[in-house]
Design a protein. Structure first.
Length: 501
């Protein structure tokens, strides 16, 4: 048995088995080195897996050699591979960039246990993506969620505890709804394997129970994915988490839940429920439209930098949902592209926030007035990533928004309204991004306030600044050469749409 055949299992095993070792290391430097090594290895494994599936091959791995329905299977296709790249890439880059930020916000004494939770979050998210079993998705969901609660609560402010409590309650309700739905499907089919569910649901006569199960699963995953109006946990969780943690989870956490929602709906329910693809579109498209507008407008009126970016994520999740709800290859391609491109933009933006966090205890705009004159490289990086968030040509964000516009135009007159929405929401993004740029570059008063609180403002350390610019430049690189994410996205769209009736 070759090592290449073990890659799906290693993708989860490496960070999960390293986590207890990191927790046992008392030295913060050794624990960080071990955590980074495991994260980097996971990224290398994700690249290797992508190389195997990019031609259309699907990796199926039977744990212990036991085939389903008796055994547990791991399933990786091109969309799974893209999510693995996002998860492991974000974890590796943010961990590499944020050692100094974590030491300041978390403290060296707590670092080993904190980094162990970081690896469990990584293992859980990767496990969700590679699992071909609906119940094991729940198991990995709980692993990642519990570990993420620890990461968020590690913030220096006491309000992190109230934020994580709200996050915990919402996440628990979402997971419970998901589990109830999966249990109902299991009662009707006798299997937890997603591929078997698709086949056996066709033999179920009582479709009302299937509709109820689909409803529970959809609501549960919508809570986890922060789909409007079930997003209330996200702004505070992003705001009060350590800055590096926000950069990590903003890149991939909600996207993994969206991935599960799309996989179960397209693979299992749309084929076995009459007109369910229309029900899916009629339910989620209005939520996507309202979420795009609400998130963008709320971001304009927020005063905290991290909350502005959190509400922008509500809008960006809406773009992904909008593409998927078009129920077309072009729309699904745009949605998957936005998985990747939004992760690039938000990682870069929150890394720039982490740079600011080394100088400022608070992220209110009034405290950041004029900081661009003292931290020009940091604020230039923020502006560059902001261009991608807006969707300016030449950035990764433009590629997915342009693809979404093209997919909407295929729908005729209704599509024209969606195109207008996309363009209008992009203008709203210009407003809130420019508002930040204007305050930080052209505002006055922030530097004096900082000086009174303990010394002059200086540019962020070279290491975290370099990693931030790596993330920013990646937004421009994939804006000019989007062949890799485009190939993975288009192939994924064709595969998902093949499961329709």
């Amino acid at each position: 048995m070759s090592l290449a055949s073990q890659l799906p299992a290693l993708q989860v095993a490496v960070p999960m088995l390293t986590a207890p070792l990191v927790a046992l290391l008392r030295d913060s430097h050794l624990s960080w080195a071990a955590a980074f090594a495991a994260s980097a290895m996971s990224f290398v494994l994700a690249i290797a897996i992508t190389g195997q599936v990019i031609g259309g091959e699907t990796l199926v791995y039977h744990m212990g050699g036991w085939a389903p329905p008796f055994g547990i299977s791991l399933y990786i296709d091109e969309l799974s591979a893209l999510l693995l790249l996002i998860i492991t890439g974000a974890a590796t880059l943010t961990l590499l960039a944020g050692r100094g930020s974590l030491e300041e916000q978390v403290g060296e004494a707590r670092m080993p246990l904190f980094l162990a939770a970081w690896l469990l979050t990584l293992a859980g998210l990767a496990g969700i993506v590679v699992s071909g079993d609906a119940f094991n998705i729940f198991v990995f969901m709980e692993i990642s969620s519990l570990a993420t609660y620890i990461l968020v609560s590690g913030g220096p402010q006491r309000r992190a505890l109230t934020a994580v409590f709200k996050y915990l309650i919402t996440g628990t309700v979402g997971a419970t709804f998901y589990l109830i739905g999966v249990g109902m499907v299991y009662m009707m089919t006798g299997t937890l394997n997603i591929a078997d569910m698709e086949v056996r649901l066709a033999e179920v006569s009582d479709r009302n129970v299937v509709y109820v199960a689909a409803g529970f699963i959809t609501i549960g995953l919508a809570l986890k994915a922060a789909i409007f109006p079930l997003h209330a946990w996200m702004p505070n969780a992003y705001t009060f988490a350590p800055h590096i943690v926000t950069a990590f989870i903003a890149a991939c956490s909600t996207k993994v839940s969206l991935y599960v929602l799309l996989r179960l709906d397209f693979f299992v329910f749309q084929k076995n429920l009459v007109d369910h693809e229309l029900q899916f579109a009629y339910l989620l498209m209005p939520l996507a439209v309202i979420g795009i507008l609400y998130g963008s407008i709320a971001a304009i009126f927020e005063q905290n930098l991290k909350r502005i970016l959190a509400f922008s994520s509500v809008a960006q999740i809406g773009y992904i949902l909008l593409g998927a709800s078009l129920i077309s290859v072009a729309g699904f391609t745009a949605a998957v592209l936005h998985f990747f491109n939004h992760a690039l933009a938000k990682t870069a933006l929150f890394l720039a926030v982490a740079c600011l966090g080394l100088q400022f205890a608070k992220m209110r705009l009034e405290d950041l007035r004029g900081v661009g004159r003292s931290m020009p490289w940091t604020l230039a990086a923020f502006a560059g990533a902001g261009l991608s968030l807006i969707g300016v040509p030449g950035t990764a964000g433009f590629v997915s928004k342009w693809a979404l516009i093209g997919a909407a135009m295929e729908k005729g007159a209704p599509g024209a309204a969606l195109v207008a929405l996309i363009l209008f929401s992009s203008l709203l993004a210009v407003v809130y991004v420019w508002r930040i740029v204007e305050v930080t570059w052209f505002g006055h008063g922030g530097e004096q306030a900082k000086a009174a609180g303990g010394g002059p403002i200086t540019e962020a350390p070279l290491w975290i600044l370099t990693m931030t610019w790596v993330a920013v430049l990646a937004n421009f690189w994939f804006g000019f050469d989007s062949s890799l994410p485009m190939q993975l996205a288009s192939s994924s769209a064709e595969e998902f749409l093949r499961h329709q009736p």
